[in-house]
Design a protein around this ligand. Structure first.
Ligand code: NAD
Length: 474
C-alpha cells in the first residue's frame, strides 16, 4: 500500500483561495477498497468564511450583466471539456463507475454549463385593468448551498451550479464525503474563471451538511440525496425559511405490456436498471412484465446479467463497476441475504461478495411478493425484482403503491396505449418506449416523497430566483 504521506491531498476553495481543512478525509477506491487520496475535512469556521465570502461576492456578481455571466459559464464548460480525460479518470477512481460512464458524466456537466450560459429570465410587462403597469422581475436569491450525493457527484453538482450562477446567485458547494475529488478539481477550475467568493467549495464529514442547511446566511439549499436526508434538510431549513429544491429517492416502475418485443425491451430496461451499478435515482427498480411475455423477457435479462459481470471501472470492456462505498455495499448485501432468507427465487446470483472491492454481480429476483423489501425499498445497487402482471388497472395500482414518484417507463408496440397508461402513473417523468437520456431542456423533479421543485430547463432556472413585482402608477 502507498504510504499515507505520498497520497495526493485535494483542496477546498474559499474566497478564491485553495485551502486545507483542519483535518482530512480519506477517499477510497471502491474497486480495491484502498484509500488513494485525501479531501479536506472543513470545519464550521471555514463554512462561515465561505458563506461570508459568497455574501460579499453577491452584490457585484448579481449586478454583472447576464451575458457576461453567460460568458463565464461558457468558459467553464470549455475548461471541463478540456479536462475531460483527467476528470473522468479521477471520477472512475473515486466513484467506481466505468470510464465510459465517467466521461458521459463529465460531458454532461459541461453541457449543462453551456446550456445555462444562454438562458435568461427576461422581465415581463403586464398592464392591469386599472391602467397601472407592472414589471415582473426574477431576482437572484443570494447565497445558494449546493449539496450532492455520491452516485453522480459531478453531474448533479453541475445541475445546481450552472443555473444558480447564471441567475446571479453565489454558491457554497458541498460534495458527498464519499466522492469529493472530481468536484474539488472542478472547483479549482471554476475558481480560476470566476471572481473570488462567487463560487466556494468545501468538503467534510457528516457535520458539514446539517451546518449548511441550518446556516442563517444561506438563502437556498439545492439538494440531491436520499428522502430521509431531504426531510432532515427541510426541518433544519425551516428556521430561516430557506428556499429548497429537493431531488430525492425513487423506486421507479417499468411496465412492459403484452405487445412489447420482450428481447428488445429487456435490453433497454437492463441498462436502465444496472447502469452505474444500479445506483441511479431514476434506475428502473421494479419491472412489471405482462404474464404472456414474462419468461422470454426474464431469459434475456438473465443472459445480459451473465454477459456483463462487474469489474473495475477502468478495466477494458467494463460495462458495470463496483458499488460505490462500503456502507452501501453492506446494505445491498443485507437486502440480498434477507431475500434469500425469506425464500425468494434468484434468477441470477450476486457472486462472490467477499471483497476487498465492493463488487456485486447483477442480481435478479423472480416475481417476489409486492410487500417484500426488494419491491418496496430502493435497493440502490445491482439488485432487481421482476414482477408478473396480467391486468392494466392492476399494474397501475401496484406501480403507484409507493411513497416515491420520481420517474417511470412504459413499453408497448402501441405508443397511444403506452401514453394512456403513462398518464395514470404518479411520477415526475414517464418515458414511453425509451428511458433516461436526461437533457437540460426538460424539467426534472419528483412527485410525492421523491422531492420538491424541479431542476433543469427554464423551470429549473426560476427556482434560483424570487419574483419581484414593480407596480407603476397609471
Ligand atoms: P444522502 O442523502 O446520504 O447524502 C446526500 C448529501 O447530503 C451528501 O453530500 C451528504 O453529506 C449530505 N447531507 C447529509 N446530511 C445532511 C443534512 N442534514 N443537511 C444537508 N446535507 C446533508 O444521499 P446519498 O446516499 O449520497 O445518495 C443516494 C440517494 O440519493 C438515493 O436515495 C438516490 O435515490 C438519491 N438521488 C436522487 C436523485 C434525484 O435527482 N432525485 C439523484 C441522485 C440520487
Amino acid at each position: 500500500m502507498t504510504s499515507v504521506t505520498t497520497l495526493p491531498a485535494f483542496k477546498a476553495v474559499i474566497d478564491g483561495r485553495l485551502v486545507d481543512g483542519p483535518d482530512r478525509l480519506p477517499v477510497t477506491n471502491p474497486a480495491t477498497g484502498e484509500i488513494f487520496a485525501y479531501a479536506p475535512d472543513c470545519d464550521a469556521a471555514q463554512l462561515d468564511d465561505a458563506v461570508a465570502a459568497a455574501r460579499r461576492a453577491f452584490a457585484p456578481w448579481s449586478a454583472t450583466p447576464s451575458e457576461i455571466r453567460g460568458d463565464k459559464l461558457r468558459a467553464i464548460a470549455a475548461k471541463i471539456q478540456e479536462e475531460l480525460e483527467p476528470l473522468s479518470c479521477l471520477l472512475t477512481r473515486e466513484q467506481g463507475k466505468t470510464l465510459a460512464e465517467a466521461r458521459l458524466e463529465i460531458e454532461t456537466a459541461a453541457r449543462w454549463f453551456a446550456y445555462y450560459a444562454d438562458q435568461d429570465l427576461p422581465v415581463e410587462e403586464r398592464r392591469e385593468p386599472d391602467g397601472r403597469r407592472a414589471e415582473i422581475r426574477r431576482v437572484p436569491l443570494g447565497v445558494v448551498g449546493a449539496v450532492a450525493p455520491w452516485n453522480f457527484p459531478v453531474q448533479l453538482m453541475a445541475w445546481k451550479l450552472a443555473p444558480a450562477l447564471k441567475a446571479g446567485n453565489t454558491v457554497v458547494a458541498k460534495p458527498s464525503p464519499f466522492t469529493p475529488l472530481a468536484t474539488l478539481r472542478l472547483g479549482e477550475l471554476m475558481a480560476e474563471l470566476l471572481p473570488p467568493g462567487t463560487f466556494n467549495i468545501l468538503t467534510g464529514g457528516d457535520h458539514l451538511g446539517p451546518l449548511m442547511s441550518g446556516h442563517p446566511h444561506i438563502d437556498k439549499i439545492a439538494f440531491t440525496g436520499s428522502t430521509a436526508t431531504g426531510k432532515a434538510v427541510m426541518r433544519s431549513a425551516a428556521g430561516t425559511l430557506k428556499r429548497l429544491t429537493l431531488e430525492l429517492g425513487g423506486n421507479d416502475p417499468a411496465i412492459v405490456l403484452a405487445d412489447a418485443d420482450p428481447e428488445a425491451v429487456a435490453e433497454r430496461i437492463y441498462w436502465g436498471a444496472f447502469r452505474n451499478a444500479g445506483q441511479v435515482c431514476i434506475a428502473a427498480k421494479r419491472i412489471y412484465v405482462h404474464d404472456a411475455i414474462y419468461e422470454r423477457f426474464a431469459e434475456k435479462m438473465v443472459a445480459l446479467a451473465h454477459a456483463y459481470p462487474p469489474m473495475p471501472g477502468d478495466a477494458p470492456g467494463a460495462r458495470m463497476g463496483p458499488v460505490q462505498n462500503r456502507v452501501q455495499f453492506e446494505r445491498v448485501k443485507t437486502m440480498i441475504e434477507d431475500a434469500r432468507a425469506s425464500g425468494l427465487t434468484f434468477l441470477t446470483e450476486p457472486g462472490d461478495m467477499a471483497g476487498p472491492g465492493y463488487f456485486i454481480a447483477p442480481t435478479i429476483i423472480d416475481n417476489p411478493p409486492d410487500d417484500s423489501a426488494v419491491v418496496r425499498e430502493e435497493p440502490f445497487g445491482p439488485l432487481l425484482p421482476l414482477l408478473r402482471f396480467t391486468d392494466v388497472d392492476e399494474v397501475v395500482r401496484r406501480a403507484n403503491a409507493s411513497e416515491y414518484g420520481l420517474a417511470a417507463s412504459v413499453w408497448s408496440a402501441d405508443m397511444e396505449a403506452a401514453a394512456a397508461l403513462g398518464r395514470r402513473l404518479e411520477a415526475g417523468t414517464v418515458w414511453l418506449n425509451t428511458i433516461h437520456g436526461l437533457t437540460p431542456t426538460l424539467p426534472f423533479g419528483g412527485h410525492k416523497q421523491s422531492g420538491i421543485g424541479v431542476e433543469n430547463a427554464e423551470e429549473g432556472l426560476r427556482e434560483y430566483t424570487n419574483v419581484q413585482v414593480l407596480v407603476k402608477a397609471a
